[in-house]
Design a protein around this ligand. Structure first.
Ligand code: SAM
Length: 444
């Protein structure tokens, strides 16, 4: 049975596995055993060429039954891995995709390209309306495929599979036929592709994600302010209709915060980005404003903004988790939309660092996106799409006013408020109870 032949960029092709592939399939499996064996239970069972041949024969039976194919993924004429359709459920109109690549073939977009070609083929030829991908929380490469292809997050299945002598959880992602069709619309006609995914709290410490986020801020700097103009929508979902009113209310909160500071006060904007709030603080020309950000590209935008507005502030490249500022050197701090991009450990470090940097009677204003009913988890892995199509994952912790107040407790008591549906803010005044009178207010 010949079956479909699917081609895709970069230089990839999918053909149903044939018995002639057995030797190459076994060699690739054997060579990649150590890496694949971490996540795939069958690897340990495949010990000979005959085991690979038996898998191919089972795949051929599956294909003859009209239940989908197991494809050899080839590039440059060499077998690179396997992508397959599994578990066709005609009643529920759903099928699973599974994939793996051999050592040396990772990082070239082969699985994403192959899955894209297979999605097209699947929706065109099988009675399904959903395709599902499953990957262990720690299998970041595999999960990145789901996120890159705009699959939607479904949930975590605990103890989903036994791999060797341990249980492995599975993150479930799905792509519906409806989403697939929408994503195929020509650029411009299509809403921006985007998938949102919650991450299990256990995967919160994630160095690869942090590196990706740092790259994202660098890459996004020039178009970062678009977010404010595009009603906060990065992904396919429409922005908030009440966005601009809410943004104006948030600006009022920041203005009142600035107005409440004493002349000569040193105020630091942590994660200042393009300097939207830094400039607002600097409008009070009698304050000494410092903008701190890790991204030099963001700082470049902030510098240009200040120059345009003829305002002055000191801009510093550095880590907000360890602010390069003297102990008790700041009277006040602002932290806009940074706290909620951090994991638990990083948030604790930021509060510790800020605790050192702020004077004992200092205050700090935090701004964040507000948790909404559609958010199912405390932390989401969200996708950001740049104007040129590049995609990045970012972590977003979700707070309502009470959650933010609790999260800030190590720094001090906070008053909180919601500046219209999308935003929440919290003002911490050290050395005061939340309700104690004081000069600084942020009531908006
Ligand atoms: C979502 S943007 C918010 C920018 C700005 N505060 C605003 O509200 O428009 C987050 C900013 O924090 C910066 N950032 C992220 N992690 C940081 C860290 N550890 N230290 C300093 N800046 C950081 C990013 O480079 C980015 O500019």
């Amino acid at each position: 049975m010949a079956g479909p032949y699917l081609r895709f960029d970069p230089d990839g092709e999918l053909r149903p596995l044939a018995e002639a592939d057995a030797a190459e399939l076994f060699a690739l499996t054997d060579r990649s055993r150590e890496r694949l064996g971490c996540w795939l239970p069958w690897v340990d069972v495949v010990r000979t060429r005959e085991d690979s041949a038996a898998f191919i024969r089972a795949a051929q039976k599956q294909a003859q039954a009209g239940e989908g194919f197991q494809f050899a993924l080839r590039t440059g004429g060499r077998l690179a891995g396997v992508i397959g359709q599994h578990g066709l459920n005609r009643d529920q109109r759903i099928i699973d995709f599974g994939y793996w690549l051999g050592d040396g073939f990772e990082g070239r977009g082969l699985v994403s390209g192959g899955c894209r070609a297979l999605l097209r083929h699947t929706f065109a030829t099988l009675p399904v309306e959903r395709v599902r991908l499953r990957a262990a929380p720690g299998n970041l490469r595999s999960r990145a495929v789901a996120e890159r292809l705009a699959f939607r997050w479904v949930g975590v299945q605990r103890r989903a599979e036994r791999v060797g002598d341990r249980w492995v959880d599975h993150c479930h992602y799905e792509l519906s036929l409806e989403d697939w069709v929408r994503l195929q619309l020509p650029a411009g006609a299509a809403p921006r592709a985007g998938a949102q995914a919650a991450v299990a709290a256990t995967t919160a410490v994630d160095d690869a994600l942090d590196a990706e986020m740092a790259d994202y801020y660098q890459a996004r700097a020039e178009e970062y302010d678009d977010w404010y103009e595009r009603r906060g929508a990065y992904a396919a979902r429409p922005g908030h209709p009440e966005w601009f009113d809410a943004l104006a209310r948030l600006a009022t909160v920041v203005c009142r915060f600035a107005q409440g500071l004493s002349p000569g006060a040193v105020v630091c904007d942590l994660g200042c980005g393009t300097g939207r709030w830094t400039a607002m603080l600097a409008e009070r020309r009698d304050l000494r404003v410092v903008g701190l950000d890790r991204s030099t590209a963001m700082l470049g935008q902030a510098r240009a903004r200040l120059r345009r507005l003829d305002l002055s502030a000191r801009l510093l490249a550095g880590d907000a988790l360890e602010p390069p500022l003297g102990a008790a050197s700041c009277h006040a701090a602002l932290c806009g939309f940074l706290f909620d991009h951090l994991d638990d450990h990083q948030r604790a470090r930021l509060l510790e660092g800020l605790g050192r940097t702020l004077r004992p009677d200092g205050c700090a204003l935090f701004l964040a996106n507000r948790r909404e009913p559609r958010h199912v988890a405390d932390v989401e892995l969200q996708q950001r799409v740049l104007g040129d199509g590049r995609r990045f994952r970012v972590r977003k912790a979700l707070f309502d006013a009470e959650g933010l107040r609790r999260a800030l407790a190590p720094l001090g008591a906070a008053t909180t408020g919601e500046a219209g549906a999308p935003f929440v803010w919290a003002l911490v005044r050290r050395g005061h109870g939340a309700d104690a009178p004081g000069r600084v207010t942020a009531a908006g």
